[in-house]
Design a protein around this ligand. Structure first.
Ligand code: GLU
Length: 461
């Protein structure tokens, strides 16, 4: 059992990373005081880094609010003949660097403040990796697992229609996120193309199927980028990949690819959690077999001897189901959260038995969690660096669509690695220069780039 309560952890923690001070910008913009709110937390992180580099006040204020927030409601006929009114969002945070860019999430918890946070993170991510995109995010409040394929198609097409006036290949480019996939991007692109009668509109979304304008390497890109970043940072983290013990939270697109890729490099995945449960096997869980199992059964539960696919029995030799607390407490070298936001609060941060956390999900650690990890000397590789691989290959897809050309897989992998390595090095330079944690360092680099663009462009009129 944990000896520290979350409150005690927060009190005793060293104020490293995000400070507990409430920035005056919050008052100026009339933000209600709510430290649990994800948008307040995300803006707080950004403002903390902005202070480190003395970012001009006007840029701080601009970045603390999205440019546009769109909320839509649209009816869709379900298979039983009844109509359901869906709620959707598209938040365009900033476009100083280029067209707005960011995924579409289908999840029952989608809400405006979370979408705003994720859009801000996209602005930071694109700036850190120096691709010419701004930040956006969108989504539909629904559980895609409860919809049939036909219902999913109708919701996707109708949502596209609802936000169509504000997106476009040179304006705002959606992509997959939690609960969305390549097939849905194809319906989205088709709806846009049919409405615009345009043959050159493939670049309106990225993450499309290969057969319809997608890029090789896009499906695994986020997981690949997580591991490229980890590999580049190994010397500074003082760990090596051979025999590295990894605990993985989330086994969707990002988690399962990161697991498979790092396993192939010689690491051992010893614990996995998803929405169906937690598994532990100190001898190693074969992520290739687990991915096969999840494809058939929809989750990691029952992987092992009684796996319906037989994959677990063949490859796993007995992964044990464990409790959530035991999952967090599994002693390991690297913990990779690849699920949802705010999963690691002060309590879970106290439980973690790792040396390093590599954030594959967006905002998986709360500021309180961050402070506990800092106090315990656990290094955090922030999401805007670690999970930028997805949007980087989205950028490559957009370039390929514009040029009507296709790159081979080797070129995509090579270019992705080059961009991730440069971003990791940039982060380490800022870490040393400003003597800050890696999260603050990544934000300082991203903000500095945006500040330079604002300086050059000025503010219209
Ligand atoms: N949804 C992904 C992310 O959060 C990818 C976004 C994109 O490719 O535009 O980074």
């Amino acid at each position: 059992m944990s000896t520290a309560t979350p409150a005690a952890s927060a009190q005793t923690s060293t104020p490293v990373g995000v400070s507990t001070r409430r920035d005056p910008v919050f008052e100026e913009l009339g933000f209600p005081p709510d430290p649990e709110n994800l948008y307040t937390q995300t803006v707080g992180t950004m403002l903390h880094a902005a202070d480190v580099i003395d970012l001009h006040h006007r840029v701080k204020v601009i970045l603390a609010q999205p440019k546009n927030e769109l909320m839509v409601h649209f009816p869709v006929r379900l298979d039983d003949g009844k109509y359901h009114l869906f709620k959707g969002y598209r938040v365009q945070h900033n476009n100083a660097l280029g067209p707005y860019k960011g995924g579409l999430r289908f999840h029952p918890d989608v809400n405006l403040d979370d979408v705003k946070s994720l859009a801000l993170l996209m602005t930071m991510k694109c700036s850190l990796v120096r691709i010419p995109f701004g930040g956006a995010k969108g989504g539909v409040k629904t559980d895609p697992r409860t919809l049939s394929t036909g219902e999913l198609e109708r919701v996707t097409r109708r949502f596209c229609t609802a936000i169509m006036h504000t997106i476009g290949p040179d304006r705002d480019i959606p992509a997959p996120d939690v609960g969305t996939n390549a097939a849905m991007m194809a319906w989205f692109a088709d709806t846009y193309a049919m409405t615009h009668k345009a043959t050159d509109s493939l670049g309106v979304v990225t993450g499309k199927p290969i057969a319809f304008g997608g890029s090789l390497g896009r499906e695994k890109a986020t997981g690949q980028g997580v591991i490229n970043t980890l590999v580049e940072l190994l010397p500074s983290l003082n760990i090596s990949i051979e025999g590295m013990r990894i605990s993985l939270q989330g086994f969707g697109n990002v988690g399962s690819w990161a697991g498979r890729i790092v396993q192939d490099l010689g690491a051992r995945i010893i614990a996995v959690q998803d929405h169906t449960g937690c598994l532990r096997n100190d001898g190693g869980i074969d992520c290739h077999a687990l991915a096969e199992h999840v494809l058939v059964s929809g989750g990691i539960a029952h992987f092992g001897a009684d796996s319906p696919t037989g994959a677990g029995a063949r490859a796993d030799h007995g992964a044990q189901a464990v409790s959530e607390e035991d999952f967090y407490r599994t002693p390991c070298d690297v913990f990779i959260p690849a699920a949802l936001e705010q999963m690691v609060r002060a309590e879970q941060a106290d439980w973690l038995g790792c040396k390093v956390v590599v954030e594959a999900a967006n905002a998986p650690i709360t500021p309180d969690g961050d402070r506990v990890l800092a106090r315990r000397g656990i290094e955090v590789v922030p999401a805007i660096l670690a999970n930028a691989g997805g949007v980087v290959v989205s950028y490559f897809e957009w370039l390929q669509n514009k040029a009507s050309q296709y790159w081979d897989a080797e070129k995509v992998d090579h270019e992705l690695n080059r961009v991730m390595v440069m971003a990791a090095r940039r982060t380490l330079v800022c870490k040393q220069k400003y003597e800050v944690d890696m999260r603050t360092a990544a934000y300082t680099s991203a903000l500095d780039h945006i500040a330079q663009v604002y300086n050059a462009r000025g503010i219209f009129p």
